[in-house]
Ligand binder design. Structure first.
Ligand code: HEM
Length: 141
């Protein structure tokens, strides 16, 4: 009996996951104009304040709205939305403590180890290949 119950729950969970994905996939976004962002102006593109999701890696800003299920509200990587994710990606962590507070200067990443820097650069390449590069992260406009 318990087995049937578990199977029913598993089917329900899988169904819910897939139906959510389909809903997200229907949301499409026009390309955003290439521009400069400060950490503060980038922060509104978190999928809530603005429906688009942008994130920065290694000073470049990418439009990751197409993967809102990962980076949008409720997604596994939502902490990265609207933020400079460089340090988090370098350290393989999506915890908030690896994101520079918005009122601080842009993270210069100088303390990263060789390995962390290389991991971050590989992620930068991944984002560059997968998502539109829609701007650069700068200290002030
Ligand atoms: C708990 C362990 C983790 C699991 C089970 C996991 C699982 C996954 C899976 C299944 C995907 C592919 C998603 C897809 O293409 O549909 C993915 C992609 C990704 N993961 Fe993880 N992950 C984990 C940890 C992490 C950590 C710690 C980071 C942060 C540095 C991270 C960052 C990413 C990124 C940036 C992507 C690419 C998403 C995209 O296509 O834009 N993951 N992960």
């Amino acid at each position: 009996m318990l087995t049937y119950l578990l199977i029913a729950v598993a089917i329900f969970v899988v169904y819910k996951l897939f139906s959510k994905k389909t809903d997200d996939a229907e949301e499409t976004f026009e390309p955003i104009e290439f521009q400069k962002f400060t950490p503060r102006t980038l922060s509104k593109y978190n999928g809530k304040d603005d429906k688009r999701v942008l994130m920065a890696v290694n000073s470049r800003v990418y439009d990751v709205s197409a993967s809102k299920n990962h980076y949008g509200p409720g997604g596994m990587y939502e902490n990265f939305a609207g933020r400079d994710a460089s340090r988090g990606l370098a350290k393989h962590s999506f915890e908030i403590e690896h994101l520079t507070p918005l009122d601080r200067p842009i993270d210069d990443l100088k303390d990263l180890t060789e390995e962390e820097r290389s991991a971050m650069l590989q992620w930068a390449e991944f984002f560059g290949n997968k998502y539109p590069h829609c701007g650069d992260l700068v200290e002030s406009l």
